[in-house]
Design a protein. Structure first.
Length: 186
């Protein structure tokens, strides 16, 4: 499989899971030339089964990666600053330090305007389950993970008590992952 086929499989996997066709966006500022040439962010509009906007990397991984994975993030309304955010995170993963399940990322700014969530947690795709989480191709197995916006207090809680404890708090507190102005759950 060549790289074009690889990225087409990623895009088709998302579209099959979320039931609509994506729009392609690319961030053209900064050192984006250091990302895979095919890298893009896919934007999914709300539809009859999903009431949120979804932004997803396509090409954060390469077919040659030992543990390839892609990220997605949700938003209550369209906000193309999330294209920049996912591009910067993909660049950090490819050029800086490898990311993975359970890692937290400092966004350096609020997730959305006026949000207290300035960090992201790389988590399992709980809303979509294993059918989204894994894509087996002939050449590799690609993992799809959820980037959940969280607060600094939640990052500190995770560091102190662990990922499972933080996610348990989210479950117990009726965590609203789409509310930009939500208060910390800890």
């Amino acid at each position: 499989m060549n790289s074009n086929e690889y990225y087409l499989k990623i895009r088709n996997h998302y579209e099959k899971q979320w039931g609509n066709i994506s729009e392609t966006q690319c961030w053209d500022k900064g050192p984006v030339n250091e990302l895979p040439q095919e890298f893009q962010v896919l934007v999914f509009k709300p539809n009859s089964t999903r009431e949120m906007w979804t932004y997803a990397t396509c090409g954060m991984s390469k077919i040659i990666d030992e543990h390839p994975f892609e990220l997605h993030i949700f938003a209550p309304e369209r906000n193309d600053s999330l294209v920049e955010l996912l591009t910067v995170i993909a660049h950090y993963h490819r050029i800086g330090s490898s990311l993975g399940l359970g890692h937290t990322i400092n966004f350096g700014r609020p997730w959305l305007p006026e949000s207290k969530c300035e960090y992201g947690l790389i988590s399992l795709p709980y809303l979509d389950g294993p059918s989204l989480e894994w894509l087996d191709t002939d050449d590799t197995k690609i993992r799809f993970l959820w980037l959940i916006p969280i607060t600094k207090k939640e990052v500190e809680y995770k560091k102190k008590y662990g990922l499972d404890a933080l996610e348990e708090r989210f479950d117990n507190e009726m965590f609203n992952y789409l509310e930009p102005q939500r208060m910390s759950m800890v």
